[in-house]
Ligand binder design. Sequence first.
Ligand code: GLO
Ligand code: MG
Length: 344
Amino acid sequence: MQGKYRFCFGPWNLSEGQDPYGPPTRPVQSFDWKLEQLSKAGFDAMMFHDDDAVPDIDNKSRAQIMKEARALKRKLDNAGVEAEIVAPRLWFSPMTIDGGYTSNDPKCRRYAIERSLTCIDIANEIDGKLIVLWLAREGSYIRESKNGRRSVEFLVEAINKMLAHDKKIRIAIEPKPNEPMDHAYIPTIGHAIALASLTIDPTRVGALIESAHAILAGLDPADEIDFACACGKLWSLHLNDQNGLKFDQDKPFGSNNLRVAFNQIRALERNGYGKNGEFVAFDVHPFRTTKVEHWMQHLVNSRRTFLRLLEKARAFDEKKAQALIADRNYQDLDQMVLDHLMGR
Ligand code: GLO
Ligand code: MG
């Protein structure tokens, strides 16, 4: 039996079109509207930041936060939607201007850890399976401003506090090499897994791969998937696309390079991704030009491309490919892939 995939996205993937140069191009929509779109389009789960789950989290009491998390859980149950992950948003607050866990200011580091522990409590309340750490501001703009060795130790210390706070919670690190930082401390899956090995419970620390982030690191996302899976560490996935080394574009999956997308699916297939309940998430954004009535298309289209490329991956003539490989005829293997993708 070939595996079935389950799909999800986050409320931020129905973004309103703002960029550093201009305001929103679509009206702000409520969370309930976003949940309704997700469920109507037949996605299985939703991803959350802690403050997607409980807005304005820093200005609420603990009791209020937990009450709102419980209300969200009821809402999700009614919609038949699971919570896939919860991620502490450690890049918005004035307390994280210089980073969260690796800030030079001990008060700010404490804030980041406290907020992460609250995020874990919210995840438990809404039955989120995984905590995701996108370490947005853990890096430097100015190399001399931070001590890289000490920063790694701060990251380990923060993750250890999370692991100790909850004996069951699992953490997936989402690496990205740059943006918003010049250089991030955890730029690749190899770094994420190495960091996991330094913690008090490496078995509960894994990774999340995002296609665009791998491409921004100059890597092939399929190789990143294989590496993470060979280590038993691929616990979540953000598929999207990226046109070269520029700002993080979060384009629809396969939009820029179908072959790179095809190879990611081949990697997922050979590793049995999803067999342990992992989801395929699309961390994609609508183009700024997108009209309100087309607001879901980047998500629906990403899933469509995924499923069509899945058919392609399953229909690939492995025997013929193996014969070409045995003959070291990579020239024809190359063309065979192109013909297959072009429909012949
Ligand atoms: C940005 C990241 C971001 C994370 C999300 C979940 O580059 O991809 O979208 O995936 O905040 O942690
Ligand atoms: Mg992402």
